[in-house]
Design a protein around this ligand. Structure first.
Ligand code: GLY
Length: 426
């Protein structure tokens, strides 16, 4: 099977790594890590014309689109219209991630448990609504409806903080059009986890659950990041809670989209928070999670490549084996991340312990040398018979990675305390 993986981050490296065990993998643009296991092409993920031409050149049986932006822009529709099998939803269905306001409407109609909320374009109305929630004893999260580069969510502890956030989004247009509509929702309190499902039109196959670590510092402190690590399975979750999340959060929205005639073939990611024993949907994403995927794929046995093709072709999804291993992935980041960083530092990678894979995210090749090229540079991903075992191996692997300013959180896989309020991603 010939698979084209679109994208070039740690998630795409993890997917390409797994697929390469069962398929011939190509990637565009890829990254230096992906280039070790696949043929890469210098076509950016947002270059639709380039992707169409590349598909004509290499004739993949399936194209897996990693990041959300090409899906939101309609790459899936464009390629499907040319007869290419694509793993990734249509632009219309991808609005589940591209518009938080629309996603919330769909959750309500589909009966998915989610935080009490309203959407606004008018500043005064939004401020008045936020005040009414504070008066009722709740705190609120203010969310730019559109994609705001991960910076579009403010969890406000006071009415003044909510007002400032609303002013920044609705009046000052800090996030441009992405903030022209805002969602004001009650901030939930509890533990978070991520449930990813393969969706082949109406068939759903959930993958092993995972938890990511959004904050920069140990103990879930510090600023939000793109994710500092992940663990799978999640020790505090019961099978019953996961089954409820599938039944109440994944299945109803898939059926609801299908009933509206919206084509969904791809990965559906639900960000969930458990409050008082109920899994609430914080958000949907229309792609694999990053860095959850770096841990999830480590737990999968044979069948993944065929399942990706099955989904893309809208037919029943073949079996995928799931091992009993645990996986922990630790992100090694550049100094200063998630603030200002410098790039271009040479990287040394020593021998990895058994069970450890290193997934590239922010690296580049410069004159034959591997150098840093982003905030999150690698995910060092380990499997073991227990989370503790995987964790020990992941940190031992992380110690083999060296570049100026390298750092990581020290509690990935150890700290199961969930972030306390609504997710900070968009
Ligand atoms: N880890 C959260 C996300 O991929 O959006």
């Amino acid at each position: 099977m010939r698979v084209l993986v679109v994208g070039g981050g740690g998630r795409e490296h993890a997917l390409a790594w797994k697929l390469s065990q069962e398929a011939e993998v190509f990637s565009a643009p890829g990254n230096p890590g992906i280039a070790q296991i696949a043929e890469t092409f210098p076509v950016r993920a947002d270059n639709e014309e380039g992707m169409v031409a590349l598909c004509e050149q290499i004739a993949p049986e399936v194209v897996l689109v990693g990041p959300e932006n090409p899906l939101l822009a309609g790459l899936g529709d464009r390629l499907r219209a040319r007869g290419v099998s694509v793993f990734g939803p249509s632009a219309a269905a991808a609005a589940l991630e591209g518009s938080k306001a629309w996603a919330k409407e769909q959750m309500l109609v589909a009966g998915v448990p989610t935080a009490h909320h309203q959407s606004f374009r008018d500043f005064d109305a939004a401020v008045a609504y936020a005040a009414s929630r504070f008066d009722g004893g709740r705190q609120v999260a203010v969310k730019a409806s559109g994609a705001a580069l991960g910076k579009g969510v403010v969890v406000a502890q006071t009415h003044e903080e909510a007002r400032d956030a609303l002013e920044a989004m609705l009046v000052d247009r800090e996030h441009g059009e992405a903030g022209a509509t805002v969602v004001v929702e009650d901030a939930l309190v509890g533990r978070e986890f991520s449930l990813l499902a393969l969706v082949s039109e109406t068939e759903v196959r959930c993958l092993p659950v995972a938890q990511d670590y959004k904050r920069a510092l140990d103990g879930d402190h510090g600023p939000n990041t793109g994710g500092m690590g992940s663990v799978s399975p999640v020790s505090w979750l019961t099978e019953d809670l996961v089954a409820r999340a599938e039944r109440e959060v994944i299945v109803p929205i898939v059926r609801h989209l299908a009933a509206q005639g919206l084509d969904y073939r791809g990965c559906l990611f639900a960000g969930l928070l458990v409050e008082d024993g109920t899994p609430y949907c914080l958000e949907y994403n229309v792609r694999f999670g990053d860095p959850e995927t770096q841990s999830i794929v480590r737990r999968l046995g044979p069948g993944f490549a065929q399942a990706i093709l099955d989904v893309a072709e809208g037919r029943p999804i073949g079996a995928i084996e799931v091992t009993r291993d645990a996986a922990v992935s630790v992100v090694v980041a550049s100094g200063g991340y998630p603030g200002t960083i410098e790039t271009g530092f040479p990287i040394d990678i020593g021998p990895m312990p058994e069970g450890v894979e290193i997934f590239h995210a922010g690296t580049a090749s410069l004159d034959g040398c591997l150098v840093t090229a982003g905030g999150r540079v690698f995910a060092v991903s380990a499997v073991g018979s227990t989370v503790a075992d995987a964790r020990e191996r992941a940190y031992a692997g992380g110690a083999q990675v060296g570049f100026a300013g390298a750092w990581c959180r020290r509690d990935i896989g150890a700290c199961t305390k969930g972030q306390s309020a609504s997710r900070q991603t968009d």
